[in-house]
Design a protein around this ligand. Sequence first.
Ligand code: FES
Length: 117
Amino acid sequence: MSEEGSPQFHEVCAADEIWAGEMKEFTVAGTPVVLLRIDDESVRAVQHICPHQDHPLREGDFDGCTLICGAHLWEFDVSTGRSINPDDAKLAMYPVEERDGSIYVAIDGIKTFHSHA
Ligand code: FES
């Protein structure tokens, strides 16, 4: 049980399962999440579907900075979760901790974003 202000983190995978520029989808306590290791070696966790029309983001392209949805090529800066093109959408971002050789993610209270069609 987590208390307000201290999210409960779940162990997701070994830290070396994701290298810089890679992304993988995992299920964290029943919630699908995409983990991405960006160019500065830190890890981000974002919603698993595109806010546009729910296409799985794991099927897109990721270059270590920008995630491009494979359906209609919307682009997202995964260091912030904000979209680049178009510039008025965003991805839900989950808190991530990397420690003791593992990656942990908290999902409580975070909702998937949807955008205009
Ligand atoms: S569903 Fe991702 S850009 Fe349309």
